[in-house]
Design a protein around this ligand. Structure first.
Ligand code: C2E
Ligand code: MG
Ligand code: MG
Length: 850
């Protein structure tokens, strides 16, 4: 109901309410009128009936009193004019006790009579009764008096229909009046609404427009002076105020916007500044954090102290380096780290430098809590505040103990020999110079000894470098223990040592010391189960007589050492100025040879040994050559005697043995497995204690079958045969190594020893072969020697075969082997390998044909 009502516009609502209110008013009025009219009509009816009853009572009074019912009936029949009366009766009182009454007269309108609801109420009523009204009927009852006495009562029952008919009429009229009123009010409203409602509608639309368009310039013309007019006027004022407010607002907004913009710009600037500051700060923070991490993780120790040296900060490296815990260090004075190494001057200098605001750099020898000292390289920097006052010190440092140790080790290595830890040549020279300066002041003498080991190279080759090192160390320690502690032992190179004896009382004392040294070195040096023998040759020079400086004194001691070597080694020799030109030349040659031995400037060439009958290669003879750095190849005759004199022949001889055996092994491996090797051995070599060891070593390292090696000993050697030599020869033979007598027939020895010795080969000296073709005597000797060989089961080799003729004669004489330039001169190993293939039957056949 309210739904559609709300949808109505205000004007219609107004119309509806006006109309409804009008109708309600009219309806109320009409209802009141109807009710009043109905009541009046009913009262009229009651009054009329009561009057009628009274009148009828009066008229019937007599008849009643007379008890004449006819009259009474006639009276009642007058009611026929009143057509709404249904029934009328006059009652007289009956027996009261039995509640009886009696009808005197009655009237009945048959047209209206019906079974009435209240007709039973028609009875005698002694007093006046209020009308009894039912739906359709009304009953009145009036007493009939005779005097004051009630003689009867009259009751009239009438229909209400006429009353209702009248009411219907009234209602009809009322409705008509209502309709009329509605119509009239509608007409009036229609005519007035145009005038009264239009401004209101306009007003409403204007409000709608303002609301929708937000156009506050809208104004409505004021046409009435009533409330609406005031409202419209108020609206207009409101609009003006709104517009003013709007304008003000706009201005304020513009101002605000301007301010906001300015503020925003300011804020943006501030923000940018803030961002850059934040960035800067975060950069600074990052840098700070980096810095702090760098300091914390730095390998260097970092210490920050106040200006009095009280420690305020240490990094982890500090703990590691100094051994002090952070908790121990913080609050302590930096002097905590001190050792007793530095004196007060050192620290005074440090504080002076810092007090001047300078950076102090230095190496501190500090002490750890456990007492260990270490080298602490520190850089201490004063830190100033903004007023330039020194407030703190920052010390960065590192432990350079290892570096110092390394430097010391390097320093030591630079001046000492790594193997023996003896001073080297440069330190020795320094010490000699210092000793000479002292000796000069104190007018004392100084001896310089140059010591060279004899046969060391061989020992080294034979027993290996490890053994060589053992020997050198042993020599060093023996030298040290032989001399006084204030004297100096140095290792100059390989097997060269030097000793400086200071404060000599007597020159001969140097000889005594040298002898002691020789004796101590002559004892065997032990390496595993081996006993290694080396001797030494010592040259001595004396300051000031033999030189004024270290270089000259060493040089002269060196020369004296050579003299000792050439005198037969294992001895000492004082430097002597009386060396003449020849001796100088010889000495130079000897020195060159000694160097040749040391530097192994030798090679072996191989001369073929041929089967004379089969005309094939039987073996080779190893012949030594000196590859002189300046003079080229030097033949053995020129240097073997010198080697023999100086005993260097032992060392060289050992080398020849090993080299020749190794070469033979190579040839055996490359297919020439029948080749034999002859090597020459000097008689001096039998004096060498190590000779047999060298031989065994050569056989072992090469692995050749022992019988493929033949040792040639010149016939001269047999002159000096003694028991020792014989034993050695026997041992050689026992080893299975063959023995040959070289240059046989020169008459140096008797033939008798041949049968007593384990000889396998006789090599007939080439002087017999040379004239073989022309000298009958020689031919006889050669023939006899070949015969001797046959008898003693000794093979015979003819040396120096240069012609086919000689070869053929030897063949005729049944000489087993031949050697000579006819076949080939001695060749390098490579040349021999090239020569061998063409050396067979073919080559010899060719020679025979010549
Ligand atoms: P040797 O053991 O009698 O060696 C033979 C010498 O005769 C070699 O001289 C050889 O070149 C030479 N010869 C060979 N065939 C002929 C020929 O047909 N006519 C002539 N005129 N000479 C010929 P080389 O090489 O000068 O050796 C000389 C000596 O040096 C050797 O005589 C030997 O006693 C000695 N010798 C060579 N090598 C060594 C060695 O390693 N140790 C030792 N201790 N002595 C050696
Ligand atoms: Mg020979
Ligand atoms: Mg010979």
């Amino acid at each position: 109901m309210t739904g559609w009502l709300n949808k109505l516009n205000y004007m219609h609502k107004l119309t509806l309410s006006s109309m409804l209110s009008s109708l309600l008013a009219v309806l109320t009025v009409l209802t009141i009128v109807v009710v009043i009219t109905f009541n009046a009509a009913r009262n009229d009816l009651v009054e009329n009936l009561q009057t009628t009853a009274s009148l009828l009572g009066a008229s019937a009074n007599a008849s009643i009193s007379l008890k004449d019912p006819a009259y009474a009936n006639n009276a009642l029949n007058t009611l026929v004019n009143q057509n709404h009366v249904i029934e009328a009766k006059i009652f007289t009182p009956g027996n009261q006790a039995e509640n009886e009454s009696s009808v005197v007269a009655s009237y009945k309108n048959d047209l209206l009579f019906n079974q009435s609801d209240i007709s039973p109420q028609l009875k005698f009523n002694p007093a006046k009764q209020d009308p009894l009204i039912s739906q359709n009927e009304i009953l009145i009852s009036e007493p009939v008096f005779n005097g004051n006495q009630v003689i009867a009562s009259i009751s009239i029952l009438a229909s209400l229909q006429p009353l209702y008919d009248r009411l219907k009429l009234i209602v009809l009229f009322s409705l008509l009046a209502l309709a009329m009123a509605t119509l009239i009010s509608f007409v009036i409203w229609r005519s007035t609404q145009q005038t009264w409602a239009r401004p209101f509608v306009k007003f409403s639309r204007a409000i709608q427009y303002v609301i929708q368009e937000k156009d506050y310039s809208k104004r409505i013309k004021v046409t009435t002076k009533d409330d609406l007019g005031e409202m419209i006027s108020g609206f207009n004022t409101l609009m003006t105020q709104i517009q003013a407010a709007q304008l003000k607002l706009k201005n304020q907004q513009a101002t605000l916007e301007y301010e906001v913009e300015a503020r925003t710009e300011e804020l943006t600037r501030a923000n940018r500044k803030l961002i850059s500051e934040v960035a800067e700060r975060s950069k600074t923070e990052i840098n700070l954090s980096k810095l702090s991490r760098a300091v914390a993780q730095a390998e260097e120790s970092v210490i920050i102290t106040d200006n009095e040296g009280k420690i305020e900060y240490v990094n982890p490296s500090f703990e590691k380096i100094t051994g002090y815990k952070k908790s121990q260090a913080i609050g302590s004075n930096a002097s905590l780290l001190r050792s007793d190494y530095h004196d007060d001057d050192f620290y005074n200098d440090l504080w002076d430098t810092l007090a001047r605001g300078k950076v102090y750099k230095g190496v501190f020898i500090n002490s750890r809590p456990d007492g260990n000292e270490y080298h602490f390289e520190q850089s201490i920097t004063p830190m100033r505040n903004q007023h330039g006052m020194i407030t703190h010190f920052v010390a960065t440092g590192r432990d350079i103990s290892e570096r110092i140790q390394n430097e010391e080790a390097l320093q030591f290595m630079a001046h000492h020999d790594a193997l023996t830890s003896l001073p080297n040549r440069s330190l020795l020279s320094d010490r000699i110079e210092r000793a000479l300066a002292r000796a000069k002041r104190e007018r004392t003498e100084v001896a310089i000894m140059f010591i060279d080991l004899d046969g060391f190279k061989m020992a080294n080759d034979m027993y290996g470098h490890e053994a060589g090192d053992v020997v050198l160390k042993s020599v060093a320690s023996r030298l040290r223990s032989t001399i006084r502690s204030q004297d100096t032992v140095a290792r100059l190179s390989g097997d060269e040592f030097a000793v400086m004896i200071e404060d000599l009382q007597n020159v001969s004392d140097a000889g005594i010391v040298a002898r002691k040294i020789l004796d101590s070195l002559a004892l065997p040096h032990e390496h595993g189960n081996e006993e290694i023998f080396v001797t030494a040759s010592i040259g001595i020079s004396i300051f000031p007589g033999d030189g004024k400086n270290a270089r000259v004194l060493l040089k002269h001691a060196d020369q004296a050492m050579y003299q000792a070597k050439f005198k037969g080694k294992a001895r000492y020799s004082f430097y002597s100025k009386k060396i003449n030109a020849n001796e100088t030349q010889r000495m130079q040659k000897e020195q060159a040879l000694i160097r040749a031995v040391k530097e192994k400037q030798f090679v072996l060439h191989y001369q073929p040994l041929m089967h004379t009958d089969q005309k094939s290669v039987h073996g080779v003879e190893a012949l030594i050559r000196w590859q002189h750095p300046q003079e080229g190849i030097v033949m053995p005759d020129e240097f073997i005697p010198s080697l023999e004199d100086s005993e260097m022949i032992n060392e060289v001889g050992a080398w020849v043995m090993e080299e020749a055996c190794l070469q033979l092994a190579k040839w055996h491996q490359s297919g020439h497995d029948n080749l034999v090797m002859s090597i020459n051995v000097s008689p001096r070599q039998f004096n060498d204690k190590n000779f047999l060891n060298y031989l065994i070593n050569a056989l072992q390292v090469s692995g050749i079958p022992h019988q493929t090696l033949e040792i040639e000993i010149t016939e001269r050697a047999f002159l000096a045969l003694n028991n020792k030599t014989l034993r050695i020869l026997q041992k050689i033979s026992d080893l299975g190594v063959r023995l040959a007598v070289d240059d046989f027939g020169m008459g140096h020895s008797s033939l008798s020893y041949i049968s007593k010795l384990p000889i396998n080969t006789l090599k007939i000296d080439r002087s017999f072969i040379r004239d073989l073709a022309h000298s009958q005597e020689n031919a006889k000797i050669v023939s006899a020697l070949i015969g001797l060989g046959e008898r003693l089961d000794i093979s015979v080799t003819a040396e120096g075969v240069e012609t086919v003729e000689q070869l053929m004669l030897l063949e005729d004489l049944k000489c087993t082997f031949a050697q000579g330039w006819l076949f080939s001169k001695a060749m390098s190993p490579g040349d021999f390998e090239n020569w061998v293939p063409g050396s067979t039957t073919q080559r010899l056949s060719k020679l025979e044909m010549v």
